[in-house]
Design a protein around this ligand. Sequence first.
Ligand code: NCD
Length: 314
Amino acid sequence: MKHQTFTHHDILSVEQFSRSDLSVIMERTDDMKRLVETKGGNDSLKGKIMTALFYEPSSRTFGSFIASMQRLGGGIIPIQGVSYSSVSKGESLPDTVRTFENYSDVIVLRHPEVGSAKIAAEFAQKPVINAGDGIGEHPTQALLDFYTITQHFPRISGLTITMVGDMYNGRTIHSLAKLLSLFEGVALNFISPDLLRVSPSLLTLLKERKTPVAEYENIEGTLGETDVLYVTRVQKERFSDLAMYEKLKHRYIVTPKMLFKMKKKSIIMHPFPRVGEITMDVDLDPRAVYISEQMRNGLYVRMALLSLILRKEQ
Ligand code: NCD
């Protein structure tokens, strides 16, 4: 997508974005935020239909894509859980995607397999948006995470971002780390149990882009230098050994006591769902932005993407 118009383009991986693409998306996101705050929405996507085809559970991604389309006056085919579609009869992904593109203008796909969005895009004529492909990527989440960070730190370069939890299976981690590596001097700390360390291939990409990276098993030592603490859950559905999941799931729990060590201007993020990684009393800390800002920004960013992809006049 480098320096091109977004019209009718797929969104498959953050690797397709340049910094100037990011500025275009962030600007449009600002417009959408203003629109929702002043008028609630408009009818700029009237006559357009979005299929939301979700093979895996979702609350925020699904809900905000649906709301985005509706706030812009468009229609939806919401398929949350494919057990009631022909997928349960054994239909293949290419056939399902080619079915729904007959009825809609864009397909938002969440699927358990890495590379599924790319395969869907190869078969579909209509644009495909990756809403999470297994342990691969979650590009729209990275964009809303990035937008949330810029609201607090307009200059991204020089920040220290500490990511905690499941570095191996967490697709939000993969997409956000790649996106941040477009900015010089962003330092990334990855904190995880040894078994859930970030993959060698992602480390190689970050090294190529000269992003300073450090890996730790313990969280405490990094808190003082951290600008953004990005917490994630251990991804239960990716474990074949559930006893191992039980052992690892609460390895890190962020509590108000830990926040004393953090800068006044730092922020705490989480893509959600949380299953105990951040205690509820942390929600009261003004640095906790996961509910008050991050979730809501998902609406604005997805409105921006749909409008960039589906509107003719840019
Ligand atoms: C994330 C996902 O699906 O990868 N959720 C989301 O979209 N906000 C994170 C997760 O499930 O842990």
